[in-house]
Design a protein around this ligand. Structure first.
Ligand SMILES: [Ca+2]
Ligand SMILES: [Ca+2]
Ligand SMILES: [Ca+2]
Length: 386
């Protein structure tokens, strides 16, 4: 065979090969493979999977196929033959990843959801009312303090959970010098809590969306008595309340806080706020933690437990008090390096956090951990009717 003939055959072979392979790849492009994506959260937390997005990346073409899962967690896809990276995700809930999957025949892909750890960081006290007026409490004595409430807001960009978060006030009163216990605690970066009310739930029962807020009241009832007492608030529609074992009301529409320690009543603070409020969360068994960190102190109501809470557990706090009476700060500077005051009990003055900005009609509160700058005081408590 002459050289030209050989060359010609060789070229023909190449052309044949090229044209065949080109035909093959065209056939493959047209051929769709059925892939069933079966996504499951084995903890049972996710009930509706349509909140999760799938993102399927074709490594060969560089194209993505995206969409939402069906409510059941199953979605049937038609894919080209190729190598794929599968991703299912909701930044607030969880994700599943399966990279480098060869799709060349009909298949079912099972993906297990890995849940995002529930977090409470970013919750803030956005409004606190302790100095009420002319509303009778259950004991008939502290008549100005019945309609106390606190508003807690998710001031972050992702879902946060109330489960296991505690509302507390400081054992120390910031108008008085420190006793040895408080002095020791503060020098160890700890705060003494006088009362601890804990949100119920086992981890993910009480989610708060960004900018969502909840109201915790001393008692979820209408202190205005159907509007007749205009100086008291209607708190019948709040989300959570504290129900004492005796001589208290229990609104079935408001969830009850877990009482882990009180002074003598279901209060959220003394009228002028000289015990500062804060939120904290201990990961793990809270009762065991509090037992281990209990100090018994004497008070005008007899001996009662106080709890040593370290600074790193504190989510937010506000140093409240009475005008010109804040002499010895109860909270650590890292939690709140300033303070905010009301003039007296019975004045209906409310501590309100300033709004820093409005992003897409969503308010974001100012939180520089300096309540002197972050809060204002204004007269007139809010109502939360049922
Ligand atoms: Ca109550
Ligand atoms: Ca209740
Ligand atoms: Ca803060």
């Amino acid at each position: 065979m002459g050289f030209l003939k050989k060359l010609s055959l060789f070229v023909s072979a190449i052309l044949l090969f090229v044209s065949c392979s080109s035909d093959d790849s065209q056939n493959q492009v047209q051929q769709k493979i059925k892939v069933v994506l079966n996504v499951e959260d084995k903890t049972g937390f996710v009930k509706d999977y349509s909140v999760l997005k799938y993102d399927i990346y074709n490594q060969d073409t560089g194209r993505n196929l995206t969409g939402n899962l069906a409510k059941s967690g199953v979605v049937t896809l038609e894919l080209e033959v190729g190598n794929y990276d599968f991703k299912v995700d909701n930044p607030d809930i969880g994700y599943a990843l399966k990279p480098n999957v060869v799709v060349d025949k009909a298949m079912t892909l099972n993906l297990d959801i890995q849940l995002i750890e529930p977090s409470s960081t970013g919750l803030v006290i956005s409004e606190l009312f302790t100095s009420g007026y002319s509303a009778k409490d259950e004991y008939g004595q502290y008549v100005e303090l019945g309609d106390q409430y606190v508003v807690i807001t998710n001031n972050s960009q992702s879902v946060k959970y109330l489960d296991g978060v505690s509302y507390a006030i400081t054992e120390h009163w910031n108008k008085f010098p420190y006793n040895t216990t408080t002095k020791d605690a503060l020098s160890n970066n700890q705060v003494m809590a006088a009362l601890v009310y804990t949100f119920p739930g086992t981890g993910r029962d009480y989610p708060l969306a960004p900018a969502e807020d909840i109201v915790l009241a001393r008692s979820a009832k209408d202190f205005s008595d159907g509007g007749k007492n205009k100086l008291a608030a209607d708190l019948s529609g709040v989300d959570f309340e504290i129900v004492m074992p005796e001589r208290d009301t229990d609104n079935p529409n408001a969830a009850n806080m877990i009482i882990n320690g009180t002074t003598h009543a279901d209060m959220l603070g003394y009228g002028t706020g000289f015990s500062s409020a804060f939120l904290f969360k201990h990961q793990g068994d809270l009762k065991a933690f509090l037992n281990k960190n209990t100090v018994v102190v004497e008070s005008m109501y007899g001996s009662k437990p106080a709890f040593t809470i370290s600074e790193d557990l504190i989510i937010d706090g506000v140093e409240t008090g009475q005008v010109s009476q804040v002499k010895y700060k109860s909270l650590l500077n890292k939690v709140d390096r300033g303070f905010i005051t009301v003039s007296d009990t019975g004045t209906r003055e409310v501590y309100r956090r300033k709004v820093k900005q409005i992003d897409n009609q969503v308010k974001v509160y100012q939180d520089t951990n300096n309540s002197t700058e972050d809060f204002t005081v204004s007269v007139g408590q809010s109502s939360f009717p049922g």
